[in-house]
Design a protein around this ligand. Structure first.
Ligand code: CDP
Length: 249
């Protein structure tokens, strides 16, 4: 009490277990996915997840740039995750900083492990993720958008790739952290999972958890990924059961 800055920390959990936005520990923020909004790309998706707004576009399989990255027996997956300068409260410096490079790399590796790359030797599958509005969990929203965009592009894959972040906030393990929870919580653990097999293809953690908490967090994340997976399938069903998913002529 009375310490400088303490008054700035919001109440993250009420005594009756409600989070800063009223959710329970195991609830996702609202998710809305549109498959195929961009006509020019080979595949695309737009994801609104809580206050996150993320667009993904996929091009390929196509010629590899730069050429020296080409592999003779398989396609490569390249990813560019970018946060728009206007996507956060304090203007973000435009361009690929270290954080964006790291996120691009882990997302490319996640997709590399699910696409049937051997079917397209000497080509590149290029995934672009643009975060237009950010509120924590953007790498997960990016994976979800990119995965639906890859499916929309007709790229053969083992499965869709749902993703979600779990974490520890005010001592509790919670699903799908929003910005205040990410900023002031104790841990943040984004993950992406192949639903068919339960294989984890992206798993990162910042902060501290006990082994028991980690185990609970992983179980919660798996459940969250399964719910996100349903929304992804629904978006693709909508895309292919309507004549035009809103793409402009
Ligand atoms: O977005 P994600 O949770 O995957 O990544 P993070 O590095 O844990 O960032 C958490 C949140 O911090 C982002 O979603 C943004 O809301 C915010 N952020 C920011 O305001 N400015 C940055 N340069 C980077 C992140």
């Amino acid at each position: 009490m009375g310490s400088v800055g303490a008054k700035d920390v919001p109440i993250l959990m009420t005594p009756d277990g409600r989070r800063i936005d009223g959710r329970r520990w195991d609830e996702l923020r609202p998710i809305h996915i549109v498959a195929g909004p961009l006509r020019q790309a080979d595949g695309s998706a737009f994801v609104e997840w809580g206050a996150n707004k993320v667009m993904a576009a996929v091009y390929g399989p196509r010629e590899v740039h730069p050429r020296h990255l080409q592999e003779n027996h398989r396609a490569i997956v390249q990813c560019r995750y970018n946060m728009a300068a206007f996507s956060v409260d304090e203007r973000k410096r435009p361009g690929l900083d270290r954080r964006s490079q790291e996120i691009s790399k882990v997302i490319a590796e996640a997709f590399d492990s699910v696409v049937f790359a051997e079917e397209f030797p000497r080509t590149s599958i290029d995934v672009y993720i643009e975060v237009l509005q950010a509120n924590a969990g953007t790498r997960c929203a990016g994976v979800v958008a990119a995965s639906v965009a890859l499916a929309d592009a007709g790229i053969p894959m083992v499965d869709l790739l749902p993703a979600v972040a779990v974490g520890k906030v005010a001592g509790e393990i919670v699903l799908d952290l929003k910005k205040e929870e990410d900023n002031f919580g104790e841990a943040d653990l984004p993950m992406a999972m192949v639903p068919q097999s339960g294989r984890m293809v992206l798993l990162q953690m910042e902060g501290h958890m006990t082994r028991d908490e980690l185990s609970k967090a992983l179980d919660l994340g798996v459940k969250g990924c399964r719910d996100v997976h349903e929304k992804m399938k629904e978006a693709l069903r909508t895309r292919y059961t309507t004549t035009d998913a809103g793409a402009e002529a």
